[in-house]
Design a protein. Structure first.
Lengths: 159, 765
């Protein structure tokens, strides 16, 4: 069946099966492999992408559900001049990943939080991010990265 | 002690940003799951529903007739290859042959045009089984009438890393036994002023790498090429060479970024199976396991330990004795080495004059156990460090002071025949105790503890590398060490940049392609910084020596007249950068110099272990008496790393390891009910989450440059896990007065222990 939506601010039209998940369409049809798949039961958060700004688990979200919507993936955060999103930069600066497999989903979940709540408390960060699992870092540097990115974004918005 | 205590570092010992940072935060880092080969097919695996059964027949005709299916491979289709593999014991068939030994064992694989088709065809395969009596615990396996899992005696694997004889298949279910002994334990316990004795259980756990096992194999006339999420590509190459009876040069393992390992991707896993699929299907084949399947592939050894420890009237530990039964599951995997290591690690980093540790691992009809971060150490540090606290309480000593008084001292030969202790436990303990506020008043139902562990780490020293210095002064490091997230792609360039005096940004790593990168035994046992780091340092110096000779040639002087300066050479007035040396030598602005290094068990690496991996951890917990729930108030890690090549990365390893250890202490446990693993899914297996974050965390490093590695460095990354379960058990005892000798300390176990304590007190009252 035909499917069209906006992906990282570009119009996309493609053919897919009704049972295809958004993760399958992104990874297999569009070769956008930044979105990782781990648990396949929307528990670990590795596959998190934004649909109309709302974080969803692409591993179980049917691609068809994204029709005519705005999908943002990790590939959509870097500016065309190569500048990283403040969250991406903060993840580097705070050593907020090791193996990197959970990182795209982690950054997308964090983006959803900061878009909604630009000045989250530590408890709000922990509560929002609880659906994303990281096995490497012990979460400590990830919380620090989100706090740092929030500060940077606050400064940017004042300019 | 390191001969060179350099301190004015330019690149090393700085927390430089990770070299893989940008690719990982933009989603561009490639893992095996992201790769596709031209003409690639996909495999799915049919698994045994029975724990122990004969395979009477397999009818695959309907599955093979299913549209889109290329072929179905079973244990009956493996004539022409050697289907048994194993670096320690060659007991593991790539698909079940004649019988299955655990529920979840691969019985057949379907290769099809896509994963869905392969999955659909699985249920068209008809397997007839005859169920056999099964055993699930070491106790059942050791019983006189226990069925034997393995009837035949196996060959030793070529790369056992272990000197004991192969006991597998010798008429019992013992996979491997190991024993250490010195002094006179019986006499010491008779003369002891106080003794603590107890039985402990350390659970089966799952490493849960976020990336489940995945491999792509392409078997053709050129040989075998495999892309895999393997930690040790050279070890896997050896197994594959044996399976297909090929020269080493015809087997190529390529490992891109790995999505977490923690030991669970050590050694060979699904590679022989996917290679057999490609061999049969005559095309490249990809096999991507689900998390549930990964949980049916590897776990840690669970351990039943009886231990006793004795102290004399002066508070000196005089003896420790233990008997350990480990549950290695259906196949040996790396368990022989886990048995050896867990035996050695019972001693803890304490100087104990009388020791007797007897340890056996048993085959059972459960998921095969193998390496897991810490490698047998956590299993025995739960009993060991629990008994230290109990002994201290028994003789009225502060457990921190008691540890200080008994810990191995720098340079002490506390383990006969092994490398003298190369850490500084006193400083580790002091730092941990200070971090958790030792001696300050505690609130009700709070407990505060410190604990240590010491592991004979580094595995076997066999490592080589090549450093290519290019004509523009940039550098490529060729390394067989795998980037699992631990940061080898950052640390190794830091060492090369330090030595060669070139900018860190100009050093790139090419890693883990056995056709290209020189041999490295493995990426595990915290060995990369120490061994590969030393190789990179030596190879950089080798390149410098060659460039000095080249500079002499260019300047028409003797090499002795050439003086090295940072990033190049000087001779009188003339000064040349490495780039200028190379370009002038070849008379072309291109070309390169290759520095090499081979590390073996010789020189400073002749004593084993390569280094003692030591760390202290400390914590403060609170216990809710109503529910038994434990909350982590504070957590402190102290990594005794000699010198941190990249302090932020070293601390990151410590908090990651401590969090895994905390998970085991609080809630992680694979549970069998009868023949089935009942919580073998991410929905049921409880992992640490954001909301489990300790309220306060302090990370510390002790850097005395006392390691055998570059600039006095030594490894880290496992030790902070090892003592966490003991820490939590000790803290619970302190907080609410119940001693729990089993991990994890789930709310239910704590609540039951509290209830029992109350009823005992009521009975007494």
């Amino acid at each position: 069946m035909k499917l069209s939506f906006r992906l990282n601010d570009k119009a996309i039209a493609l053919e897919c099966e009704p049972a295809d998940t958004l993760a399958e369409v992104l990874r297999n049809t569009l070769n956008l492999n930044g979105t990782k798949v781990s648990c396949e039961v929307q528990v670990c958060g590795a596959c998190t992408v934004l649909v109309d700004g709302v974080p969803v688990s692409a591993c179980t979200y049917l691609a068809y559900e994204a029709r005519d919507k705005n999908v943002t993936t990790i590939e959509g955060l870097e500016k065309s001049d190569g500048t990283l999103h403040p969250l991406q930069q903060a993840f580097i600066d705070e050593f907020a990943f090791q193996c990197g497999y959970c990182t795209p989903g982690m950054i997308m979940s964090a983006k959803a939080l900061l878009d909604e709540n630009p000045k989250p408390t530590r408890d709000e960060i922990i509560h929002h991010m609880d659906g994303n699992i990281c096995r490497c870092t012990g979460y400590v540097p990830i919380v620090a990265a989100i706090e740092r990115a929030a500060e940077v974004l606050a400064k940017e918005s004042k300019k | 002690m390191s001969a060179e205590k350099k301190t004015d570092f330019q690149v090393v010992n700085h927390s430089l940003p990770r070299r893989d940072g940008r690719v990982k935060v933009t989603g561009k880092a490639q893992y095996v799951a992201d790769l596709k080969l031209i003409g690639m097919a996909y495999a799915k695996v049919l698994r045994s529903p029975y724990a122990h059964a004969k395979i009477l027949s397999i009818d695959k005709s309907r599955a093979e007739a299913h549209p889109g299916v290329h072929c179905v491979v079973t244990g009956f289709d493996l004539d022409g290859i050697n289907p048994y593999y194993g670096h320690a014991v060659k007991d593991h068939p790539l698909l079940a042959i004649d019988k299955v030994r655990y529920a979840g064992e691969p019985v057949a694989a379907v290769v099809a045009i896509d994963e869905r088709t392969a999955f659909e065809a699985l249920e068209l395969i008809e397997v007839k089984y005859e169920e056999l009596k099964a055993i699930f615990t070491p106790e059942e396996a050791a019983a006189k009438d226990a069925p034997l899992l393995h009837q035949r005696q196996f060959e030793a694997g070529a790369l056992r890393g272990f000197e004991g004889e192969v006991t597998a298949g010798k008429g019992s279910n013992i996979c491997q036994s190991h024993k250490i002994q010195w002094g006179d334990v019986d006499k010491a316990f008779k003369e002891a002023a106080a003794v603590i004795e107890g039985e402990y259980y350390f659970p089966m756990t799952y490493a849960y790498a976020m990336e489940p096992y995945v491999a792509i194999a392409d078997v053709n006339d050129q040989g075998v090429t495999i892309y895999s999420s393997a930690q040790h590509p050279f070890m896997v190459r050896h197994d594959l060479k044996s399976v297909f009876n090929l020269p080493v040069s015809s087997v190529r393992l390529i490992v891109p970024f790995v999505g977490g390992g923690y030991g669970s991707k050590s050694y060979t896993k699904i590679e022989p199976l996917v290679a057999a699929c490609s061999w049969k299907a005559k095309r490249p084949v990809k096999l991507q396991l689900t998390v549930e399947e990964a949980m049916l592939t590897t776990r840690s050894d669970d351990a039943f330990t009886w231990m006793r420890t004795a102290v004399d009237a002066h508070g000196k530990i005089i003896a420790r004795q233990a008997k350990i039964m480990m549950n290695t599951g259906a196949y040996a995997e790396n368990s022989p080495l886990v048995v050896e290591k867990s035996t050695n690690r019972c001693v803890g980093p304490y100087a104990i004059p009388n020791v007797l540790i007897e340890n056996s691992s048993y085959y059972t009809n459960t998921v095969p156990a193998s390496s897991y971060r810490g490698f047998g150490c956590a299993q025995v540090t739960l009993p060991g460090e629990s008994q230290i606290d109990e002994l201290a309480a028994k003789i009225g000593k502060d457990p921190y002071e008691f540890r200080l008084a008994n810990a191995a001292k720098p340079g002490e030969e506390f383990f006969p025949g092994m490398r003298p202790f190369d850490g500084t436990l006193k400083q580790d303990l002091e730092t941990a105790a200070k971090a958790v506020g030792w001696g300050k008043p505690l609130e009700k139902n709070h407990g505060r503890t410190v604990a240590v562990s010491g592991s004979d780490a580094g595995a076997y020293p066999l490592t080589s590398t090549a450093i290519r210095v290019h004509a523009d002064g940039s550098v490529t490091i060729m390394t067989g060490s795998t980037e699992l997230g631990q940061g080898s792609h950052t640390v190794l360039p830091q060492i090369a940049a330090e030595e060669l005096g070139v900018p860190f940004e100009k050093v790139r790593v090419v890693s883990s392609d056995t056709a290209i990168t020189p041999y490295d035994r493995s990426t595990g046992a915290s060995r990369t910084t120490t061994l590969m780091g030393s190789a990179v340092l030596e190879a950089s110096r080798d390149a410098i020596q060659q460039m000095v000779v080249m500079a002499a040639d260019v300047l028409k002087v003797k090499p002795e007249q050439i003086q090295t300066v940072r990033g190049g050479v000087r001779c009188g007035e003339a000064q040349l950068s490495w780039s200028e040396v190379i370009c002038k030598f070849y008379a072309l602005p291109d070309g390169e110099v290759i520095g090499r290094a081979y590390i073996r068990k010789s020189g400073k690496f002749s004593a084993l272990p390569v280094f003692w991996e030591a760390a202290a951890t400390g914590c403060e917990i609170s216990v809710d008496e109503e529910t038994g729930k434990i909350s982590m108030e504070k957590l402190a890690t102290v990594g005794d790393v000699g010198l941190a090549i990249n302090p932020a990365l070293a601390e990151g390893q410590d908090i990651g390891a401590a969090t895994m250890g905390m998970g085991i202490g609080l809630f992680e446990e694979l549970v069998y009910e009868g023949s089935q693993l009942v919580n073998g899914s991410i929905l049921d297996y409880r992992l640490p989450r954001f909301s489990d974050l300790p309220k306060q965390v302090e990370l510390h490093l002790v850097q005395n440059q006392d390691g055998v590695g570059p600039y006095g460095a030594k490894g880290g990354g496992e030790a902070s896990l090892n003592s966490m379960a003991a820490n939590i058990a000790n803290a619970v005892d302190q907080a609410v007065g119940v001693r729990i000798r089993q991990a994890p300390l789930t709310p239910e176990r704590v609540w039951r222990a509290l209830k029992e304590k109350k009823s005992n007190m009521a009975n007494r009252g």
